[in-house]
Structure formats: structure tokens, C-alpha cells
Design a binder for this molecule. Structure first.
Ligand code: GLU
Length: 306
């Protein structure tokens, strides 16, 4: 018997409501600043396929860094764990776009969920995929079970026009020989990756792969081995929340990933995946209402992985 997820989500929505208006929408990517700031949606899907939702859970938003997990999963499924020779698995302890750390560590990004790490993953995908953008999108669609998941080209263009620091990171990686492709090509895939739009329902569905030990529950298709899935969940647990991964483990206790679009996805192995979206962010770049909602979820259910 599953816990009463529906009533729990309803009570969470009521309890986080007073936080509406707290925090600021990301504005360093101008296109993201246009989003209505006071949205809140949450969708939980169990591995058995039971759905529970509150708020604007079917509205699509820019998933941003959450998509780095999709790129990583695809790269690991194609290349195995040799990718971890080119990118580490340690929490960064610095901002997600730090140049200093990359310099000190000679071009090996700390982990695949910071920007430099995701660029190395994109470089690997450029080696492996015949049509990198289209193939990446096909992969995300397969996990989400939706054929119309797409890139928002305006967001990708806005990132390209304003991503001076990301351009610096890519060139830096190349100078250390940790990119094989032209930095501009890597950045094009990276900016598109970040510009994928999905709803909470679609994200929760896609992340069930990680709750279901590497198999898509709806189709039975195996994408990752059990061991690969365990490793990706470990990377999410330790590196998925910018410089707040410790805080997320401490208060929520689930592996997951956040993005500056205000989305957060988390999962409980063998049980469920849950996505929450609210665009206003705290100082560390995580959704204010999203963090609170997930803390309340594991508290009310009395269940975390710890
Ligand atoms: N596209 C964003 C950047 O590279 C990703 C930010 C994020 O969600 O962490 O700055």
C-alpha cells in the first residue's frame, strides 16, 4: 500500500503558499526573466504509474540544469563509466560556473552537473550521436513518454548571446585538451540542452528511470544498468543542488537535481519521482518554494533514503 501521496501534496501546497513572492527569478539569462514568477506546481509519479499533482504541474518551463542529468545518462548508456576519466564525481563546493576551480584542477571538472562537467558530457555526445541535438531530444522524449518535448529556441539563443562565462569555460576546457570538438559546437549542444522545456508531470515521468533502477517503467526498456543508475543517483545526491547539496541531503534526503528555471526533481529509489516548479530562487539558485515543498514531502511521509 502506497502512502497517501495525494492529501500530502495538497497540504504541502497550502503550507508553501505563504512563501509566494519570496526570492527572485533568474535574470542573467534575459529570456528566463520573462517567466511569470509566482507559479507553483508539483507532480509525483510512483513506479507503479500512480499520479498525484497540485498547482501548475502541466505547464512547461525551462528545465535548465536538470537536463544535465539526461545528457549524463545518455552518455553513460553509450560509453559506460569511462567518461569519469574526463569528469569527476566530487561536489564542487563552489558556484556552478566557477573558472577558478577548473584552472586549479587542470581542466577536469569536479562533476558532470556543474557547467564545465556538462560541457565535457556534451563533447562525448558529439562523438557518439549522429544527430546530437535531435538524438538528445529523442532520448528525453523516450523517458518522458511525450513526443512533443522540445527546445525553446528563444532561451537557447538568449543563452548564446549572454553566456560569456560559459564561452570562457568551454575555451578553458579546450585549452586543457578536455574537449575534442570546437567549443562553439559543444556550446550549441549545451545551450540547447539547458533550453529543454518540460512540465512537472513530464519530469517526474522521465526521472522514474532513476527510481526504477535503470528501466523505463512504462515500457520496460532498460537504459542503464543497476550499477550505473546507483552511480548517477549518487552524483545527484552529492552534486545536484549547486552549493546547497549538503542542505538538500540534510533537509530532504533524496537524490535529485535543480535548475535556475525554478524546477527541482527528486526521486526515492523503488518508490517515486517527484518534480516541483516555482521560478523564484534563493541566493544559492534553488527554487524557494520547491526546496520547502520537498522538505515537507519527506517530513510528512516520514520517508527518505536515510
Ligand atoms: N544554462 C544555464 C547556464 O549555463 C544553466 C544554469 C542552471 O540551471 O544551473 O548558466
Amino acid at each position: 500500500m502506497n502512502p497517501p501521496y495525494g492529501p500530502v501534496l495538497a497540504s504541502i501546497a497550502a503550507e508553501v503558499a505563504p512563501l509566494r513572492g519570496t526570492g527572485a527569478v533568474a535574470s542573467y539569462i534575459p529570456e528566463l526573466a520573462l517567466v511569470p514568477p509566482d507559479r507553483f506546481g508539483m507532480h509525483l509519479r510512483t513506479v507503479e504509474g500512480e499520479d498525484h499533482a497540485v498547482g501548475q504541474s502541466d505547464e512547461r518551463f525551462s528545465v535548465q540544469s536538470i537536463a544535465k542529468v539526461f545528457a549524463l545518462a545518455l552518455a553513460v548508456s553509450l560509453e559506460g563509466e569511462t567518461i569519469f576519466r574526463r569528469v569527476g564525481v566530487e561536489p564542487s563546493g563552489t558556484s556552478f560556473n566557477s573558472l577558478v576551480q577548473l584552472e586549479v584542477e587542470k581542466g577536469i571538472p569536479r562533476n558532470p552537473l556543474i557547467n564545465a562537467g556538462a560541457m565535457v558530457v556534451c563533447d562525448i555526445l558529439l562523438d557518439r550521436l549522429a544527430e546530437p541535438r535531435a538524438d538528445l531530444l529523442r532520448f528525453v522524449r523516450r523517458l518522458a513518454g511525450r513526443e512533443d518535448v522540445a527546445f525553446n529556441e528563444r532561451v537557447a539563443a538568449s543563452e548564446r548571446e549572454n553566456g560569456f562565462r560559459n564561452v570562457a569555460l568551454a575555451n578553458f576546457l579546450r585549452s586543457f585538451d578536455n574537449l575534442r570538438h570546437d567549443p562553439a559546437e559543444v556550446l550549441d549542444l549545451y545551450f540547447h540542452l539547458c533550453a529543454v522545456e518540460m512540465s512537472c508531470r513530464e519530469l517526474a515521468t522521465a526521472f522514474l528511470l532513476f527510481a526504477n533502477h535503470g528501466t523505463v517503467p512504462a515500457t520496460g526498456e532498460r537504459v542503464l544498468t543497476q550499477s550505473q543508475t546507483k552511480r548517477l543517483n549518487a552524483v545527484m545526491q552529492t552534486c545536484g543542488f549547486y552549493d546547497e547539496a549538503g542542505e538538500f541531503s540534510f533537509t530532504v534526503g533524496l537524490p535529485g537535481k535543480s535548475g535556475v528555471g525554478g524546477g527541482i526533481v527528486a526521486l526515492h529509489p523503488s518508490r517515486y519521482a517527484v518534480a516541483v516548479w516555482s521560478p523564484r530562487l534563493n541566493a544559492k539558485g534553488n527554487s524557494v518554494m520547491g526546496m520547502k515543498a520537498l522538505e515537507l514531502l519527506t517530513t510528512k511521509l516520514g520517508l527518505s533514503i536515510f
